[in-house]
Design a protein around this ligand. Structure first.
Ligand SMILES: NC(=O)c1ccc[n+]([C@@H]2O[C@H](COP(=O)([O-])OP(=O)(O)OC[C@H]3O[C@@H](n4cnc5c(N)ncnc54)[C@H](OP(=O)(O)O)[C@@H]3O)[C@@H](O)[C@H]2O)c1
Length: 247
C-alpha cells in the first residue's frame, strides 16, 4: 500500500536550479509535489534548492544533449514510479542585435534550438507514457514575450520561443485528454539572465502599465495556475506586467 509520502505527485523542473525554474520548484513543493530539479552547470545552486524542499532531489543533465531527457525521466520513473508534471524552464540565448544578421552563425542557431526547442520536445516524448497515467498530467514550458511580439535578445532566441509556443499549441491538440500542454511567456523577469539589462529595466519602470519588472515567483504562480487549470490546454499565457500593451 502506498504511504502518504508516496501518494504525493511528482514534478520535474528542467532548469530548476536558478531563476524562474527555482521559484517554480519552491512553489510546487508548497503544493505538496516531490520535485526533481535538473540543470547542467549550476550544481551547487540546484543541490541547495533541492535540499530546501521536502522529498526533492537534484539531477545534473545537459538538456541540449539528445538522450538527456529520456535519462532524466527514466531515473524519475525508477525512483518514484510516477510523473505528474514537467516544467521546462531551461533556456539559452545569444545577445545579437536583430539587424546584425551576419553575426548569427549556424552554431548560434544550433545551440539555441537544441536547448529551447528540442529540449522540451524530448521531454514530451520521454514523459508521455508516465504523464498519461497521472490524474493531472501536465507540461508547462517557459517561453518568452520575445516569441509573441517583435523583440528579444536575438532573432534565433525569439524564433525558438515562438516555435515552442506553437509546439505547445499543437501538443495541446495531440495529447489530450490525459495530458495538458501549455506555455507561459514572460516579459522582463529579475533573474541572473537580466541582471545587467539596466536601460531596459529603466524603460519598463517608466512606461509599462505596472511600472516594474517581474519576479520569478510571479511567473511561478502562473505556472502553478496552469497546472491547476484542468480545462486549459494548448495556450500561451503572457506574464509581462502589461509590457506588451505599450504602443
Ligand atoms: N528572465 C527573463 O526576463 C525571461 C524572460 C522571458 C523568458 N525567460 C525564460 O525563462 C527561462 C528561465 O530563465 P531565467 O531567467 O530563470 O534564467 P536562469 O536563472 O539563467 O535559468 C536558466 C536555467 O536553465 C538551466 N540551463 C541552461 N542551460 C542548460 C542545459 N544545457 N541543460 C540543463 N539546464 C540548463 C540553467 O542552469 P545551468 O546553467 O546550471 O544549466 C538554469 O537553471 C528561460 O527559458 C528563459 O528563456 C526569461
Amino acid at each position: 500500500m502506498a504511504t502518504e509520502h508516496e501518494d504525493r505527485p511528482v514534478a520535474i523542473v528542467a532548469g530548476g536550479s536558478t531563476g524562474i525554474g527555482a521559484a517554480v520548484a519552491r512553489r510546487l513543493d508548497q503544493e505538496g509535489y516531490r520535485v526533481v530539479v535538473v540543470s547542467s552547470k549550476s550544481v551547487d545552486e540546484g543541490e541547495s534548492v533541492a535540499a530546501e524542499l521536502d522529498g526533492s532531489w537534484f539531477l545534473r543533465a545537459d538538456l541540449s544533449e539528445p538522450g538527456a531527457a529520456a535519462e532524466v525521466v527514466a531515473r524519475v520513473g525508477a525512483e518514484h514510479g510516477r510523473l505528474d508534471t514537467v516544467v521546462y524552464a531551461a533556456g539559452k540565448t545569444a545577445r545579437i542585435a536583430h539587424p546584425d544578421i551576419h553575426a548569427v552563425t549556424d552554431d548560434v542557431w544550433d545551440g539555441i534550438l537544441k536547448l529551447n526547442v528540442l529540449g522540451p520536445w524530448h521531454f514530451v516524448q520521454a514523459a508521455e507514457p508516465l504523464l498519461r497515467k497521472s490524474p493531472n498530467g501536465t507540461i508547462v514550458v517557459v517561453g518568452a514575450l520575445a516569441g509573441v511580439d517583435v523583440g528579444g535578445s536575438s532573432i534565433p532566441y525569439a524564433v525558438s520561443k515562438a516555435a515552442v509556443h506553437h509546439m505547445c499549441k499543437l501538443l495541446g491538440g495531440a495529447l489530450g485528454p490525459e495530458i495538458r500542454v501549455n506555455a507561459v511567456a514572460p516579459g522582463f523577469i529579475e533573474t541572473r539572465w537580466t541582471e545587467d539589462w539596466t536601460a531596459f529595466r529603466g524603460q519598463i519602470s517608466d512606461k509599462a502599465p505596472l511600472r516594474r519588472t517581474g519576479l520569478p515567483e510571479e511567473v511561478a504562480e502562473l505556472v502553478l495556475g496552469l497546472i491547476r487549470a484542468t480545462y486549459v490546454t494548448g495556450q500561451t499565457v503572457v506574464v509581462d506586467g502589461g509590457l506588451s500593451l505599450l504602443p
